[in-house]
Structures are given as C-alpha cells and as structure tokens.
Design a protein around this ligand. Structure first.
Ligand code: AMP
Ligand code: MG
Length: 517
C-alpha cells in the first residue's frame, strides 16, 4: 500500500529539528494501515494547535492520524538517541515506532512537536515491528491527559485510531496509533548519543537548539550549557515533586525517557498509587525496584548527573573547571527538589507558607498514611473536606475517613490551620471532626484551595484495565470515553462518581503494569 496524497488541512508547520544535520535523524515515511477508525479527538488540544477538531475526525483527518497520508508541510523523521536504561548504557536507540511529522506553532505562540506513534518500522526499530497494541495507546491517552488536567507538565495526545490490523505480542492484539504532542521530544539520551561519539559539533548544535527552543535566557549566561543544565534541573525537580505529590510512579525513568523540556514522557508501565507505600513498584520489568515511588527524586538526580557529564565539553576551555562547575550545580538538585516538594505537600495540607514545623507535620502525615495503608489520593481529599464546610452529596466520607490513629495528628493540623490565620488562637481544641475555631477563620481561600489541588479522580489502574479490556476484547469504547470525560474534571466529587473515585476492591487491585511494547 502506498501513501495517499497529502491532505488539504493546513497545519501551521515550521520544522526546525529537520534542519539539523542528517546525523540527527532518518527520513522515514509511515507505513499505511488497512482500515483505520477513529477512537477519539482531543478538541481542546486541537484548538490549541490551530487544527480543526472536526477535520481530525473526518476521513482525511483519520487518514493522517493513521499515517496513511501526510498533511501538507509534514517532513517525517525518526530521531536518533541513546540512553541509560535501568542504569546500563545503551549507545543506540531512537524512534523505533514513532515519527516526528514536524513542529506546529500553537495559537499560544508555543512550538509543538507532532509525532505519530505506532506508525511502523524505522531504522531504529531493532527487532520491533514499529507498531503499538491498542491497550498501550489507550493507557497513554488516559494517563497523559489526566496528568495535564492535574496540572503536571506532560506530553499529550491529540487523537487516536485503531489500525484495522493486528499486532502480534504474546497473543494477537488489535493495533492502534496515536498522535503525541510535546514541546519537544529531545531527551537526555539525545545529547548522550552525540557525546558518546565525541561528536562535539553535533552536541553544540543540539544544545543551541534546545536553548533557543526552551531556555532562551541561558543564551546570555557566561556558560550557556551550564545555565541550560541548571534550568533543566529546576524543571525536573519541579516535575518529580509534582509526581510525588500526586502519587504518580513513572516506572521507567531511563535517560532516554527524560525530556529536556521537563515534560513527562513514556506512559508505559506507569501507575498511580492507590494505598500509600513509599517502596511501591508496579512495573513488571523493574525487578530491583530502581524506579520505586520513593526513589524517583534520587533517580532524577542520577539522570541529571548523566546530563551534566555530557555537557562538560561545552563549558569553557578548562575541563577540570567545567567538571567542578557541573558538580557544584548538581549538588543543588536536592535543595531544588526539597523546596518544591515541601511547598507542594504543605499546600496540599492547606498551609501555603511552609514553616520548619510544617515539614514535620507533613512527614508525620505521610508516616501515618503508610502505617494505616491509607489511600493516598482520598486521604488528602478527605483532609480538604475537613477544612471546608461539609456537603453530604459532595463528600467522600463514605469512601474514606480517617481512623483513630489520625486523631492526634488531626488535632495538631487543626491547631496549625487555626493559628495560620488568627495571630494566636489559644482555644482548646478537641478531636471531633468539625472545629468551631477553624470554621470561623477568615482564610476560607486557602481551605477552598485544598479542594482544587487535591483531586478526587485519578486514573486508577483497575479503571484503566477495565477500559482496555472492554475496547480490546469487545471493541467497546464507551467505558474509555466515560473515563476520559470524568478525568477531565478531577477536582469535583458527586455521589454519582462514586465508582470512579473509589479505591479498588481487593479483587480489583492491580499489582503490575507492563510496557506493552
Ligand atoms: P520504550 O520502552 O518505549 O522507552 O522504548 C525503548 C526503545 O524501544 C525505543 O527506542 C523505542 O522506539 C523502541 N521500541 C519500543 N517498542 C517498539 C516496537 N514495537 N517496535 C520498534 N521499536 C520499539
Ligand atoms: Mg521511551
């Protein structure tokens, strides 16, 4: 089958990556699929990209999403990269089942990569077929869009289709494709690829490209590459703090899955935690627990060390001095993370300005969550309700409430909340759920804020699996659409959302997630 002629829809392409030298990528056409059918179009994202969502759902649009035709101005390439995977160096990776169609200028003035995923083999496919089963396509759509709604920097999904052909894994599975959108797909591993080959010219070109695209202020620094390093570290510190704050476990934090733009990428074996446990691991391939929840900040630091190392040759003429400068910056990572982390967790507790005492309060809360095996999401949500006037219809109390173990902690928290607003409130506090001194505090804003940052709906593993099973086994996409609709509004509870807000029943608990590649 050959590619149909270019489609008529006018994407605002302005492709810059393809202007880099040819050793950055391979030109590659998508391999057409027999019978693509639309799964879903992301209207909000289409609008942002200046692409007509109606057109995306049309026959022409579907054909583009499926890789059966190309929009005018697309210049498809598979990019090359390397990476540290589970700590081991892999000198040769690349887009093995994805193609960058080009970059589109969004209506917000930002530049966005438009990438097809599941579009067939490329020179970097190694043994792979370049295809994606439907399940991982739906998983990426659900989780990445949920992350976006939760305010976490992430790659996104513009649209998805089924391909009409099967992919062979352990069993034959329906195939799918999605259109991934990112500020860019440039990874630590992309820089590592050229650094390992001692291709310093390419390394410098790529660093210039990234600075211009994502961190223009670094261009004016004495050592732009060092400044870039510090800016990427700040972006990654914030990202991993946000993951920790929402109970997100990435599962495969390799350097080829770490974007310099600071967006979350690779929704393979990821998962949101149900019950809180710092050592939680879901990924079926993470045998050592390298990417466990509690290790994520440390692993980000490790990945930053990989980045720093490859930038050394671009920082001045004195290698020894460059190494010292990188080391010094790298030492700042823990501080960057901890500041983001404590600010986020304390605002989740309703304490906007964290004091050292608040850090203790936060740690003690997490320890209690762990010892009581509480649901991470619902515990923060319930706390937000306790800080706000209760509404029976909107309360999750029937799904989750604090056990007696929490009583002394809740007393401390209420006292702190009250003192935050009243210079010093010496009212004796008791342990009942409602506190008159809290209700009378004028700072309702901070308390309402809690309901806006502590979600009630997250893409729980058992819900994702249910949706994937219905679509894969029965071709029924209604549960997928329903879940997408609800996750678009994650901070609102109503009793009719009970099923989606509830933690899994014991028989529904998902213990492992898979890459599905
Ligand atoms: P990932 O685990 O998704 O980060 O993928 C690691 C590498 O394997 C990347 O270079 C992918 O492009 C490649 N890869 C994963 N799945 C496939 C596939 N089905 N066909 C070809 N390449 C693949
Ligand atoms: Mg990857």
């Amino acid at each position: 089958m050959s590619l149909a002629k270019s489609s008529t829809m006018n994407f605002r392409f302005d492709n810059t990556y393809v202007r880099l030298p040819e050793r950055f990528y391979s030109h590659q056409m998508p391999e057409p699929v027999p019978n693509p059918r639309l799964i879903r179009v992301n209207h909000q994202l289409a609008d942002l990209l200046g692409i007509d969502p109606q057109w995306l759902g049309s026959e022409e649009g579907i054909s583009v999403i499926a890789g059966n035709s190309l929009p005018i101005g697309a210049d498809p390439i598979a990019t090359v990269y390397a990476g540290h995977q589970f700590g081991s160096w892999n000198p040769q990776l690349g887009d093995g089942r994805a193609l960058l169609l080009g970059e589109v200028l969004g209506t917000d003035g930002e530049r966005y990569d438009i990438q097809l995923k599941g579009s067939g083999q490329t020179p970097y496919s190694r043994m792979g077929d370049g295809r994606a089963p439907l399940g991982p396509v739906l998983r990426e759509y659900i989780v990445s869009e949920a992350m976006a709604r939760l305010g976490i920097n992430t790659t996104r999904v513009l649209a998805a289709v089924t391909s009409g052909s099967q992919v062979i894994r352990e069993t034959p599975l329906p195939g799918g494709l999605l259109v991934r959108v990112a500020k860019s797909h440039i990874r630590i591993g992309t820089l590592e690829f050229f650094a390992a080959r001692q291709d310093f010219e390419a390394l410098q070109l790529l660093v210039n490209h990234v600075i211009q695209r994502h961190y223009p202020a670094a261009a004016d620094a004495r050592y732009p590459a060092l400044s870039l390093f510090e800016m990427v570290m700040a972006a990654q510190a914030k990202l991993v703090a946000n993951w920790q704050g929402i109970g997100f476990i990435h599962g495969v934090m390799n350097t080829d899955n770490t974007l310099l733009s600071g967006e979350t990428i690779d929704y393979g074996p990821c998962a949101f935690m149900d019950t809180y446990h710092p050592a939680r691991v879901y990924s079926s391939i993470d045998h050592q627990g390298r990417y466990a929840y509690r290790n994520q900040p440390g692993i980000t630091h490790w990945n930053m060390a990989c980045l720093g190392q490859v930038l050394v040759p671009l920082i001045g003429d004195d290698e020894k001095q460059a190494v010292e400068l990188v080391k010094e910056s790298l030492q700042g990572f823990a501080g960057l993370f901890l500041e983001e982390n404590i600010n986020l967790l304390s605002s989740k507790l309703g304490l906007a300005q964290a004091t050292p005492d608040d850090e203790v309060l936060v740690r003690d809360f997490l320890n209690l969550l762990e010892s009581s095996e509480s649901d991470f999401t619902l515990a923060f949500r319930r706390l937000s309700e306790l800080a706000n006037p209760e509404d029976g219809i909107k309360s999750i109390r029937e799904l989750f409430d604090f056990t007696d173990d929490f009583t002394p902690w809740l007393t401390r928290w209420r006292k702190r909340m009250a003192h935050k607003n009243l210079a010093l409130n010496n009212t004796t506090l008791n342990n009942t759920a409602r506190q008159p001194d809290m209700e009378s505090t004028p700072d309702t804003e901070a308390r309402q804020q809690m309901l806006l940052i502590n979600p009630v709906l997250i893409p729980r593993n058992h819900l994702i699996e249910e949706v994937i099973t219905a679509a894969t086994n029965d071709g029924n996409f209604a549960p997928f659409h329903k879940l997408m609709e609800l996750l678009d509004d994650p901070f609102n509870y109503h009793k009719n959302r009970r099923k989606y807000a509830s933690p899994p029943l014991p028989e529904q608990v998902v213990q492992q997630t898979f890459c599905g590649t």
